[in-house]
Design a protein around this ligand. Structure first.
Ligand code: F6P
Length: 544
């Protein structure tokens, strides 16, 4: 592991301290707020061609956005004046962007190929360590795939140690090629692990305990329950073969640790451990050994393709000029919608069944990263940051919340993710799926202005299309990296630390305290509402 201190991150101007910000405010008041999407689409026949952005494995059609040429120029000027290029350089150079935790946020390093040109000894050492670990856990993944004695692999983790791998395994099931079954357990609710265990055989199950800290309550509670179940299985299945096997041998064969806290994993009884660096943030960790479940599911070669797709997007983000740079353009559009139009949420609707959990993953990525109200120096922000990210896979969402998108009181930009080619299963249904995505985008933009009032839809509602050729490892890697960089750009312009999550930490601390107080019966200093609910729920005995 590389323990050199990361280089310091540069101080860059906050968006509202630039002249471009003021110009954008004036432009919004003068013309931006009255932008007529329907009219523009009807009259500007070049718009479709002009508003395509081609990035590796992902193409965006932004023609249905509330954006015109002058706004785009001002937004690019904003990127210049906030010195986005310096911030980007700091990201790629492994600078200490996460100042409150004194760490870099260097997930791009996990995707760089072996031999990638290193700008410093610090970078070269980090890359070597990344590839040593990568080669080791991919070799292990192949070993598990070849082991006919292992039929089921359970990833126990939560947040970034669950969502990214769960999305990738689900999305890439067509690439499994006969490996073991993969399962994901995250919730501390015993129903999650408990219901799964009823279907498993301890002899043929491998648990991956995925936790950067190896201390997260949900993960450790589930890991301990899994260990108990496994050792119970050992006791009840003693036969000639297993009689000699000690508990330690069983743990060694059936548990793997994926963590930066090697010592804690050892004390748990785990022998096979794949580490990663502190500079890998939880929600950016699927590219590290936290992705072992993905590698077991789709094999080492496909995992390398996932990394290659992400790396291609990294290079695009690192080198493309602002106007052709997809993460930058999407982030600038996000800022235009959030800080000028005032839209409070963004809906992400993947029109791909394989991506049905993608929105949950992106929700963590964006809301945990940019759901902040102070800047890097602790100053309160006079503008809003991350919107609410939500959504459901299409076409299911159409029969749930799309009514509100078309006729509800709020304007909510929608992001449609659509693949050109179908997956291998029932490909004949793919055209209908694509047609539905386009129909929704068209209905949002044009609405319906005739008939009775209750049938009319206002239209003029923005959407974007993110298009991939097919759902495969490279395109998925690129798509996820695209979102990571987009979030980095908006966070950087807003002047916030996108890499800590102190709000989440607060909840963890209070949950621990409530449990402890329930056991001790010491309610001193606790508010009456919490104590009352604890008693009602049976978390604590009543005082009288
Ligand atoms: O949800 C908060 C969080 O800290 C995430 O950032 C992280 O992905 C998750 O908890 C799990 O943390 P760990 O990998 O340390 O168990």
């Amino acid at each position: 592991m590389n323990h050199s201190p990361p280089p310091a991150a540069p101080a860059t101007p906050r968006c509202d301290h630039t002249s471009a910000w003021l110009a954008l405010q004036q432009h919004y008041a003068a013309v931006g707020q009255a932008f007529d999407l329907r009219h523009t689409l009807d009259t500007d026949t070049d718009r479709f061609a002009q508003m395509q952005i081609e990035a590796p494995y992902v193409r965006a059609d932004l023609s249905r956005s509330l954006l015109d040429g002058p706004t785009g120029l001002l937004l690019n000027r904003l990127a210049d004046e906030t010195q986005l290029a310096r911030a980007r350089e700091a990201l790629f150079g492994g600078a200490m962007l996460n100042t409150t935790e004194q760490r870099a946020a260097w997930h791009v390093q996990l995707r760089r190929p072996e031999g990638y040109r290193a700008a410093s000894d610090y970078e070269a050492a980090a890359l070597q360590a990344v590839h040593d670990t990568l080669n080791a856990f991919l070799a292990f993944a192949e070993q598990v795939r070849a082991d006919r004695g292992i039929t089921d692999v359970v990833n126990i983790g939560i947040g970034g140690s669950d969502l990214g791998p769960a999305v990738a395994v689900q999305a890439l099931h067509a690439f499994a090629g006969g490996g073991p079954r993969l399962h994901f357990v995250s919730n501390i609710d015993g129903d999650d692990l408990g219901s799964l265990l009823t279907q498993l055989d301890p002899q043929s199950t491998l648990f991956l305990v995925s936790s950067k800290s190896f201390g997260t309550a949900e993960t450790m509670t589930n890991a301990r329950a899994a260990r108990h179940w496994l050792l119970g299985g050992l006791a009840s299945s003693i036969n000639e073969q297993t009689a000699a096997a000690s508990e330690a041998d069983w743990l060694a064969r059936h548990f793997v640790g994926l963590t930066t806290n090697i010592e804690a994993a050892h004390s748990f009884g785990i022998q096979t451990i794949f580490g990663f660096e502190e500079w890998v943030g939880g929600r950016f960790s699927l590219w590290s050994s936290i992705g072992l479940s993905i590698a077991i599911a789709i094999g080492a070669q496909n995992f390398r393709q996932l990394l290659a797709g992400a790396h291609a997007m990294d290079e695009h983000f690192r080198t493309a000029p602002w106007e052709d740079n997809l993460p930058v353009q999407l982030a600038l559009l996000d800022i235009w919608y959030r800080n000028f139009h005032g839209f409070d949420s963004r809906c992400i609707a993947p029109y791909a069944h394989g991506l049905r959990r993608l929105t949950a993953y992106l929700q963590q990525l964006e809301m945990e990263s940019n759901g902040k109200s102070v800047d890097k120096t602790g100053q309160p922000l006079p503008f809003k940051t991350a919107p609410i990210i939500w959504g459901e896979a299409g076409t299911n969402g159409q029969h749930a919340y799309f009514q509100h998108l078309h006729q509800g009181p709020m304007v909510i930009p929608v992001e449609f993710i659509v693949a050109r080619k179908p997956g291998p299963l029932l490909p004949g249904q793919h055209k209908a799926l694509q047609a539905n995505a386009l129909a929704q985008a068209r209905a949002l933009a044009f609405g319906k202005n005739d008939g009775p009032a209750w049938k009319q839809c206002p239209g003029n509602r923005p959407s974007s299309l993110l298009l991939i050729d097919a759902l495969e490892p490279t395109s998925l890697g690129a798509l996820i990296a695209l979102y990571e960089h987009r979030i980095f750009v908006s966070g950087s312009l807003w002047g916030i630390n996108s890499f800590d999550q102190w709000g989440v930490e607060l909840g963890k601390t209070i949950a621990k305290d409530i449990l402890a107080r329930g056991e001790s019966g010491d309610f001193d200093g606790l508010d009456a509402a919490t104590v009352g609910a604890m008693q009602w729920l049976g978390l604590a005995a009543s005082k009288d």
